[in-house]
Design a protein around this ligand. Structure first.
Ligand code: TYM
Length: 342
């Protein structure tokens, strides 16, 4: 057990939920860093967390379609199966097995405090739907995703902070009660665009499952759709002539500057000084996003023409993930007092 918790080398794990079409927020906040940094620096696993897509009312055919599309987009964005492990959560039983132990480690109160739970439960209720119990226990499954692999680092956008904090708490509590089975992971965030906001309502994050889509840039949007959405972005009522980077007071402009900075490698504060009109800022941002997504869309189309290649990648990814997770989850089962099977 001590050896499991003390494994040398750095391991990265992150996940993405097939609950909608992937957005520019997913790309800038997470995927891009997985591609450009994490897969080169660490022993990295990236997971299409399909079980998490069942926590709200869902259409089975759509989840199936989106799971395939999400995996394909991860590769299209540049994840290389020779460098990292890409797989689907439900293909590896260890996630669900460990999730139960996390539910036995977590307290009801700490689950109910999760902001995402409160927001999503309110949204489901407003639509007249019942709130699934799995929406409440979601962070236990997410902790299991991370802890099963002895993960050191979890690269995410900043909306995941609370969940990763809870995961750390659960790891520490478990280790204290039962012995050192888990590594205690930490979250890492991109320097720019850790929270891309909705273009039409820059007070909320750009989210793939939102019903109102006019402020959301999807990774597979046609260039003209991207241009239209960015050009219609809400800016702020501050006077033209002098742009300021002020996320509190001018969230719409700050969001465009963040996106432009993330696309071009600049700094939002410095870019603000280069513009005197919202129109010019929007135009340059739109073109930068179109160029950023162009190779990804092309590669996605190529990969769609080779479904058996994708299937092979996911099969091998799941095999590797299973082999990595199994010993630690077995150790956790033994540590809590469950009899090992003969
Ligand atoms: P999900 O599917 O909502 O998002 C996937 C990743 O994209 C980031 N992200 C954003 N970043 C910046 N701006 C945005 N507007 C934006 N929208 C999304 C998210 O922060 C995330 O990094 N609970 C997770 C999935 C998950 C997971 C895990 C992540 C399940 N198990 C284990 C890490 C480790 C989620 O719903 O992500």
């Amino acid at each position: 057990m001590a050896e499991l918790a003390g494994r040398p080398g750095r391991r990265t794990f992150s996940g993405i939920k097939p609950s909608g079409h992937l957005t520019l927020g997913n790309y800038l906040g997470a995927m891009r860093h997985w591609v450009e940094e994490e897969q080169h620096r660490a022993d990295a696993l990236f997971c299409v967390v399909d079980l998490h897509a069942l926590t709200v009312e869902h259409d089975p055919a759509r989840v199936r379609r989106l799971s395939r599309q999400t995996a394909t987009l991860l590769l299209a964005a540049g994840l290389d199966p020779e460098l990292c492990t890409v797989f689907v959560q439900s293909h590896v039983d260890e996630h669900a097995r460990l999730s139960y132990l996390m539910e036995c480690t977590a307290a009801d109160g700490e689950m109910r405090r999760m902001i995402q739970y409160k927001e999503k439960a309110a949204r489901e209720a407003a639509r007249g739907r019942s709130v699934r119990l799995s929406l409440l226990t979601y962070p236990a499954l997410m902790a299991a995703d991370i802890l099963a692999y002895g993960t050191d680092e979890v690269p995410v956008g900043d909306d995941q902070t609370q969940h990763v904090e809870l995961c750390r708490d659960l790891a520490l509590r478990f280790n204290q009660r039962y012995g050192p089975v888990f590594r205690v992971p930490r979250a890492s965030y991109p320097q720019v665009a850790a929270r891309v906001m909705d273009l039409r309502d820059p007070t909320v994050k750009m989210g793939k499952s939102h019903a109102e889509t006019s402020g959301i840039v999807y990774l597979l949007d046609e260039p003209d759709a991207v241009r239209r959405k960015v050009m219609r972005a809400v800016t702020d009522s501050g006077a033209e002539g002098g742009m300021e980077y002020d996320p509190q007071e001018r969230p719409g402009v700050a969001n465009l500057l963040d996106v432009l900075a993330a696309c071009t490698g600049g700094k939002p504060q410095e870019l603000a000084e280069e513009y005197t009109s919202y129109g010019a800022l929007k135009k340059d941002t739109a073109e930068a996003v179109v160029e950023l997504l162009r190779p990804l869309r092309r590669r996605h189309a190529e990969l769609c023409a080779e479904p058996s290649y994708m299937e092979g990648v996911l099969r091998e990814g799941a095999e590797r993930a299973r082999a990595l997770a199994r010993p630690r989850v077995d150790a956790a089962y033994a540590a809590v007092g469950l009899l090992p099977p003969g």
